[in-house]
Design a protein around this ligand. Structure first.
Ligand code: HC0
Length: 573
């Protein structure tokens, strides 16, 4: 360790730490805007400016500590300097804060409040020409609120390996955009929304459907049902002040009922259904010489990535629709028949931790009953907004249950929301199907955890089944390149578009840089799902009684013609 002085106090921090990191060890927060640990360490915004060794200025986010260093983080002139920096940012910023989607959790707004910037128009003058890009299915880019921190472009390029947004022009004219100023919808953006998750302001946000959903609910001729993805229950609470890693499943179901949905269902039901179809497809491929490795198909950002960047591997994708889409197809067929409703009178809404799901609902081959399987897909953040808009006092709600039958899910289903969860759920069913014996140990711990790429081999009925799991598209690319080069060889691969899986999806509540840099959000949210799985009595998809009934009374068996028509899809090259 190295000992330095921060504001006159001795602090000891590991060699290689920055001033920012050493200060945190002393519980002193130095403000940042552009900094994201290991990802965007560019000292561009200068908010973290501190004084060292008698008065020199340094950017705390990149300045490494050295023995005897003396640092002041909060002198009156530093506070004044930071206020000026904020005033300069504000002078080129669209300050329509009252109506901004980020009002209340904007990092720029928070800093202005903390530092007491009361004259936000102090340096007002010329503004960089900006644009609003609404060309993508899932999101809006509003450059008038962009502060050029580069957190979005660093995430797009370095985490996801895509790089469809970056800085265009130079100097005062600098603007974040795509090559040749194309709309995002015209690029090979995969709709993952990771750029939105890291944006500190309201420059990037999902295209919202909450007014359409509210209108459908108000229409007495419509039967409006909702499904919630596994990861939503692990994130939604953050919007209402609960600590990261709080399971709010019961309150969420209660809130949806109070919003006025006719039925409150769970994507966990169709996650179990996906396992039935996918495990069956996997066994078929193994036994009949089908294309291997088979790769999971539930993450629409990953699907789009595969189509754009690995078109020669679309044959490897499972033909299963995602649980979101399977849910919609079953809701408008089996459930509609049970309820005596016409598919077109059902409005099927999903709540997802994902922005790519907004794109997925409009894909070809996702309308099994002559109308879209899912009509509206909203993010976890949109649901929080809707709950607030409807005046529902979330924190005071009782815990309520989902409705039957499409609200019943197993432990295998709930872990879908964490990287490795789909693989584990599939293994629980595939192993029991292949061996005909009950599994002694349900936990496939090798595929758990937030590492980007995981591998394991399991001996199943005498065969060594090699599996791999990747999350985040940069990791997916690395894994697929290994497969293509022959360096690695697997039977079954799970890929999720977002690092850590859906718990860290682009539609989840946004945590500020100060939290993202210091807390493993993915692990805390994933723990919610694994704890829920461990506490369930039914932990295998094939034991879900509602799924058994669906096959017995309607679908026949996994892979049947009816199942194929409703639950499987195709891809484009
Ligand atoms: Fe996911 Fe899903 S697990 S993609 O991350 O498979 O979004 O949570 O809903 O569809 O179930 C997201 C989460 C889902 C789907 C499920 C899968």
């Amino acid at each position: 360790n190295i000992t330095i002085k921060i504001n006159g106090m001795e602090v000891s921090a590991p060699e290689g730490s920055t001033i920012l990191e050493a200060a945190r060890l002393a519980h002193v927060e130095i403000p940042t805007l552009c900094y994201l640990k290991d990802l965007n360490e560019i000292a561009a915004c200068r908010m973290c400016t501190v004084k060292i060794n008698g008065g020199k200025l340094a950017a705390a986010c990149v300045y490494p500590i050295n023995p005897g260093l003396e640092v002041w983080t909060n002198t009156p002139d530093l506070v004044e300097y930071r206020k000026k920096t904020l005033q300069l940012i504000l002078s080129n910023h669209n300050r329509s804060c009252l109506s901004c989607v980020r009002s209340g959790n904007c990092e720029l707004q928070t800093l202005c409040k903390e530092l007491g910037v009361e004259d936000s128009d102090y340096y007002d003058g010329e503004k960089t020409p900006s644009c609003i890009d609404e060309s993508a299915a899932h999101m809006v880019r509003d450059n008038s609120k962009c502060i050029l921190c580069r957190r979005c472009s660093a995430t797009c390029e370095k985490v996801q390996g895509i790089g469809v947004i970056g800085a265009n022009e130079r100097g005062f004219a600098t603007i974040i955009g795509s090559a040749f100023d194309m709309g995002l919808g015209e690029t090979s953006c995969v709709s993952c929304g990771q750029c939105i998750a890291v944006c500190p302001t309201g420059a990037l946000y999902e295209k919202t459907c909450i007014d359409d959903v509210a209108a459908a609910i108000a229409d007495p001729s419509k039967h409006v049902i909702v499904q919630t993805a596994p990861a939503v229950r692990a994130g939604l609470g953050e919007e209402f002040g609960y600590p990261i890693g709080t399971n709010v499943e019961g309150k969420m179901a209660a809130a949806l009922r109070r919003i006025g949905f006719d039925k409150v269902f769970d994507t966990n039901f169709s996650a179990d259904l996906t396992i039935m179809e996918e495990a069956h497809e996997f066994i078929e491929r193994v036994q009949n010489g089908g294309t291997l490795p088979m790769i999971t198909s539930c993450s629409p950002g990953w699907i789009k990535y595969c189509e754009h960047y690995f078109p020669d591997m679309t044959e490897n994708l499972s033909s299963c629709k995602s649980p979101q889409q399977m849910f919609g197809a079953i809701a408008k067929s089996y459930y509609a028949e049970k309820m005596g409703l016409k598919p077109e009178d059902i409005v099927s809404v999903s709540v997802m931790p994902c922005t790519a799901k907004k794109f997925e609902i409009g894909r070809d081959n996702q309308a099994a009953n002559g109308c879209p399987d899912v009509d509206y897909s909203m993010t976890t953040r949109e649901l929080a907004r809707m709950i607030k808009k409807f005046g529902i006092r979330f924190n005071e709600l009782p815990d309520e249950e989902f409705d039957a039958p499409l609200g019943l899910g197993t432990g295998a289903a709930v872990i879908f929301g964490a990287t490795g969860g789909v693989m584990e759920a599939a293994l629980r069913t595939a192993v029991e199907t292949l061996t005909g014996e009950e599994l002694q140990k349900l936990d496939f711990t090798d595929v758990r955890g937030t590492e980007g790429i995981k591998e394991a081999t399991y001996n199943v009925a005498g065969m060594d089944v090699k599996v791999a799991v990747a999350s985040g598209l940069g990791n997916a690319r690395e894994l697929l390149n290994r497969v293509k080069s022959g360096e690695a060889d697997y039977h079954f691969i799970e890929i999720m578009g977002c690092p850590g899986g859906c718990v860290n999806g682009g539609g989840q509540p946004q945590q500020p840089g100060s939290v993202r840099n210091t807390v493993d959000i993915r692990a805390l949210r994933a723990k919610v799902l694994y704890d829920e799985d461990a506490a369930k009595t039914i932990r295998k998809s094939h034991e879900n009684p509602a799924i058994k009934e669906l096959y017995e009374t309607y679908l026949g068996k996994p892979g049947s013609e009816k199942a194929h028509h409703l639950l499987h899809t195709t891809y484009v090259k």
